[in-house]
Design a protein around this ligand. Structure first.
Ligand code: KDG
Length: 346
């Protein structure tokens, strides 16, 4: 018994000695105790939804945003939702106000339902080209309008691009406003867009983007209007026979997040959000311009007739739309319109 006890004591001492050696070997030079493992970073979720699909430059821009943001901060977990999975443009903006989602990138058309002045971008044939639009949107006027969203619980970061919109329809080769007579055309939810298509002679109806393909397929509507990048990405050529390059409106996107999410971000996160949104804007505009200028031939390859208008034919549409200016340029909208036109004239 005594012998067994002695062996046990010896073994305990040996184990202790061995353990001591191990600890000594692991201790950093200088004898400091090892640093505790870092606590896992707590990430805030940032859900961003759009109406367009993953093939569209807008989604590719969002992928770029996510990538650039993650290079700068590791505290925000960006989750992307395409195809109106979180709702249409208006619902998603309401989601930002309610705090049920953190980001979206709608066309400016539905924004006029939240801040009236945004309707300045709904006037047909306002911007002559993309460079002119960039100048206004990225300048003082564009910034003022972005800032006006804060009062509505939305932080406007920067403008991305949807682009010049064109008419598509199932059955008629449209070259003149008369060809459009009676065509049932889906527009975005915006009174100026509806008025423009009425002035062209069509029968317009507002509808959420997520319902559009099925409506075209089931012939609930005859046509719609969107930039080439969208007509291509959403395969509208499967249900539409004709594209007419009316280029009646330059349509900007606004990359926006909930004001609450912005206010809860640290200064470092806010800087990262702005930088990532701006780098992604440049990428999205580049991809979008490539798509809008190169994909018309893909529409043709997929069986669509693409109608290019002569300057005179283009003017016939423009003339029909001119009275829209007098009808809608009132109050603050008129002030902004005047400023935009002066800026463009410079
Ligand atoms: O993701 C953007 C879309 O939701 C929408 O703004 C696209 O131009 C558009 C449309 O016609 O609804």
């Amino acid at each position: 018994m005594k012998k067994a006890l002695a062996i046990l004591v010896m073994l305990t001492l040996l184990v202790g000695l061995f353990a001591g050696c191990t600890t000594k070997q692991e201790a950093p030079v200088g004898g400091e105790t090892p640093a505790p493992a870092p606590a896992p970073v707590e990430k805030r979720v940032m859900r961003i939804g759009i109406g367009l699909n993953e093939d569209h430059p807008q989604y590719k821009g969002l992928v770029k945003f996510k990538e650039e943001l993650s290079k700068r901060v590791d505290t925000i977990d960006v989750q992307l939702f395409a195809n109106s999975a979180l709702g249409d443009d208006r619902t998603m903006m309401e989601g930002l106000q309610l705090g049920t989602q953190e980001g979206t990138c709608p066309s400016t058309a539905p924004i006029g339902n939240f801040v009236e002045e945004f309707k300045v971008f709904d006037f047909p044939y306002l911007f002559p080209n993309e460079a002119a639009a960039d100048k206004v949107l990225d300048g003082e006027i564009g910034q003022e309008l972005l800032d006006s969203l804060s009062a509505k619980g939305i932080k406007g970061l920067v403008y991305w691009e949807n682009g010049f919109r064109n008419l598509t329809n199932r059955q008629v080769e449209v070259r003149t406003p008369a060809d459009m007579k009676g065509l049932k055309i889906r527009t975005m939810e915006n009174p100026i867009h509806l008025a423009v298509f009425r002035a062209f002679g069509a029968n317009p109806t507002p509808m959420a983007f997520g319902e559009l393909f099925t409506a075209l397929q089931q012939k609930t509507v005859d046509g719609q209007e969107n930039p080439i990048a969208t007509i291509h990405a959403n395969k509208f050529y499967e249900v539409q026979g004709y594209t007419t390059l009316t280029k009646h409106l330059y349509s900007p996107f606004v990359f926006m997040i909930s004001q609450k999410f912005w206010d809860e971000s640290t200064p470092e996160e806010q800087k990262a959000l702005m930088e990532a949104a701006t780098i992604a804007r440049d990428e999205e505009r580049k991809l979008n311009r490539e798509a809008n200028s190169s994909l018309a031939k893909e529409l043709v390859a997929n069986g669509m007739k693409v109608v290019e208008l002569t300057a005179d034919e283009q003017k016939a549409f423009q003339d029909k739309a001119t009275p829209i200016y007098a009808e809608f340029a009132k109050g603050k909208i008129a002030e902004y319109l005047d400023r935009v036109q002066k800026e463009l004239a410079k």
